[in-house]
Ligand binder design. Sequence first.
Ligand SMILES: [Zn+2]
Length: 286
Amino acid sequence: MSGATVRATGIVTVVLAGLLASAYVLGRSLVPEQHTTTTGVASSTAGPHYADQPPSTEFPAAPGRALPDTSPDADPSAPDSGDDGPGPFGARTATGSARVALTFDDGPDPRWTPQVLALLSQYGVKATFCVVGENVESHPDLLRSIVAEGHTVCNHSWRHDVDLGKRSPETIRADLLRTNDAILAAAPDAHIAYYRQPGGAWTASVVSVCAELGLTPLHWNVDPSDWKAPGATTIEATVRTQTGPGAIVLMHDAGGDRSGTVAALQRLLPELLSRFELEPLPVDAP
Ligand SMILES: [Zn+2]
C-alpha cells in the first residue's frame, strides 16, 4: 500500500471507531435507568437502599476453603445440597439442626418491616432481622417491635458498606460497635449475637473482628434474590424448592419495593410450617 492509502485507511479506522463509540454512548443513553448498579445495590429515589448479592470475585474463599462451585458464574450462596460446611470465611450457612431460619435484611423500614412482622405474628413464626445501624437510628420503634416480638437481631453494619471487610480492623470494629450501640439504644434488652456482612462480602478481617466482639458471622444457603424484585412467584418458588432441613433463608424487608417478598412470604409461611420447624437463630448459644 502507498503511504496515502495507509493514511486513508488509518483515517477511516479512526472515524469508524468514533462512530462506534458514539453509537455505544447513544445506546447506553437509550437504555432505561437500571434499578441495580454493578455493585448490586438497588437504587431509587426514596430512602436508603441496600441489597445482598452473592460475594463478588473480589472476595474469594479463604485459603484452604474452596467454595462449593468454582465455575465462572459460581454462586456461593446457592444451596449446598445438605452440605453444612462453612460458608465464605467460615460464616454460618446452616442452623445446625433440622430447624429452618428465615432472615430479613437491610431494615428496619417503616413500610415493609411492619408487614413482615404482621405476617410472622399471624403464623406464630419467629425470625431473624439483620438490621442496618442508620435505619435503626431512624426507626428505633421498629427495632423495639422486632425485639419485643421475640425475633433475633443481627448486626448488618452501620450503612450497609459492602466493602467494609476491606477496611482497617479499627474501621470495621468502629462500624460494628456503632451499630450495636444504636440497637442497644433502641432496645437495651436486645442480645446481639450475629453479624452479617453486607453483600456476603466476607474477609478474614471482618471475621476476625466478629470473633473479637463475640458476634457469629451469619451467611445463608437459600437466596431467592428478592432484592432484585423478581416477583412473588419466583421468590416463592425458589424458597419452596431450595429450602431443606437446617436452611438459612435470605430475604429483605427493606432496600426497595419489597411487595414481592411480602406476597411470597404470605404463601410460604403455611407451606414451610407444614414441612419444617421455623426458628429465630438462638442468641444464647450460637
Ligand atoms: Zn443487606
